[in-house]
Design a protein around this ligand. Structure first.
Ligand code: NAD
Ligand code: TYD
Length: 349
């Protein structure tokens, strides 16, 4: 079995690469990543020397490069995670999201279609997507696999578009596809532009914690390793053409989550209780900010037997421990271009 994983140097992708290498030593894993600001080979240094692992630097928007890669390799499957993934950046630079997420996905679908040439026996194209394609919920209800798409940010619109192309390649060419839509992930190696690692890093430096709006938006958080486990189960046992929602039944308002995180950080850094929370600063809300996401993952639990392995309190504690024991990782990724990003994103708020 030779699987191509795209975006394997990113946050979730690196956990998927590690999980598959550890679980299936007989598989060959090729990790294709452009190494954007979010891609970091340090995320994979523990598996880097594995004989059945190979890294290829490349860009999924480059169709000629993909055609060559697929001609030189006989991939049995593709697990596609490469994407621009941050909502705030998509508001600042929407076109980059169309290129990477829409064009990149169509190029990859096309390369797989041409390479497999109608012989789909044992083949699989797995597209990793997000619950944000469903739009926003009010106070009640949950997203199911049949919730109509209603994206609001350039990021979620580009992911919705890529999902449609994946289904179009299944309907038109018979490509054996499977899609999953997952809720917000947290864990080690997440780039500190997303809420949890950004706030851990700011607390470390005693910097303000910029809470958008009133902090009342709700997200449904899942430990990244549980997402990687779900991807494994769906890749191997999911039905072709199907969609699976992935989530941990774990809804938190941003402000409650931030207060929990602040308490953990005070304890771990041996600071007076309340020290971290005193950094909370309410700032101008994100444009088009979705109020609430919540995933109904009962199909995945019922059909494929997947359940999350950790409570949020355990997972968050472990996550804080990882960032505090890997401060050089945080220092490395927050040097250079990150400072400019932070200034541009937060200065006027
Ligand atoms: P990430 O930003 O940490 O990693 C993305 C990776 O893709 C990086 O390594 C980057 O270098 C690579 N990449 C970007 N553009 C590329 C291109 N043109 N060619 C090749 N590689 C490219 O993102 P993540 O949080 O790990 O998300 C991975 C996937 O999971 C994305 O498709 C995202 O939409 C989806 N997802 C993320 C979450 C979440 O909470 N982070 C939740 C649900 C779904
Ligand atoms: P984020 O981690 O960017 O994920 P997403 O937008 O994909 O859900 O943000 C999670 C929530 O935290 C979201 O409601 C926006 C909010 N948020 C802040 O309040 N302040 C911040 O600095 C960031 C990055 C996010």
């Amino acid at each position: 079995m030779h699987i191509l994983i795209t975006g394997g140097a990113g946050f979730i992708g690196s956990h998927v690469v590690r999980h598959l290498l550890n679980t299936y030593p007989s598989y060959t894993i090729t990790n294709l990543d452009k190494l954007t600001y979010a891609g970091n080979l340090a995320n994979l240094k523990d598996v880097d020397g594995s004989p059945n692992y190979r890294f290829v630097k490349g860009d999924i928007t480059d169709a000629a490069f993909l055609a060559k890669l697929f001609a030189e390799n006989r991939f049995d499957g593709v697990i596609h995670l490469a994407a621009e993934s941050h909502v705030d950046r998509s508001i600042a630079s929407p076109v980059e999201f169309v290129l990477a997420n829409v064009l990149g996905t169509v190029n990859l679908l096309n390369a797989a279609r041409v390479s497999w040439d109608g012989d789909f026996e044992g083949k699989r194209f797995y597209h990793v997507s997000t619950d944000e394609v469903y739009g926003t919920l009010g106070r009640e209800g949950m997203f199911t696999e049949t919730t109509p798409y209603d994206p609001h940010s350039p990021y979620s619109a580009s992911k919705a578009s890529s999902d449609h192309f994946v289904r179009a390649f299944s309907d038109t060419y018979g490509l054996p596809v499977v899609i999953s839509n997952c809720s917000n992930n947290y864990g080690s190696c997440q780039f500190p532009e997303k809420l949890i690692p950004l706030f851990i890093n700011n607390i470390r430096h005693g910097k303000p914690l910029p809470v958008y709006g009133k902090g009342e938006n709700v997200r449904d958080w899942l430990w990244v390793v549980d997402h990687a486990r779900a991807i494994d189960v769906i890749y191997h046992q999911g039905k072709s053409g199907e969609t699976y929602n992935i989530g941990g039944h774990n809804e938190w308002t941003n402000i409650d989550l931030i207060k929990l995180l602040c308490g953990i950080m005070d304890r771990k850094l041996v600071r007076e209780p309340g020290t971290s929370a005193s950094l909370i600063t309410y700032v101008t809300d994100r444009a088009g900010h979705d109020l609430r996401y919540a995933i109904d993952a009962s199909k995945l639990q019922r059909d494929l037997g997947w359940v999350p392995s950790l409570t949020f309190e355990e997972g968050l504690e472990q996550t804080v421990d990882w960032y505090l024991s890997n401060q050089e990782w945080l220092d490395e990724v927050t040097s250079g271009a990150y400072q400019r990003y932070y200034e541009e994103m937060y200065a006027g708020r």
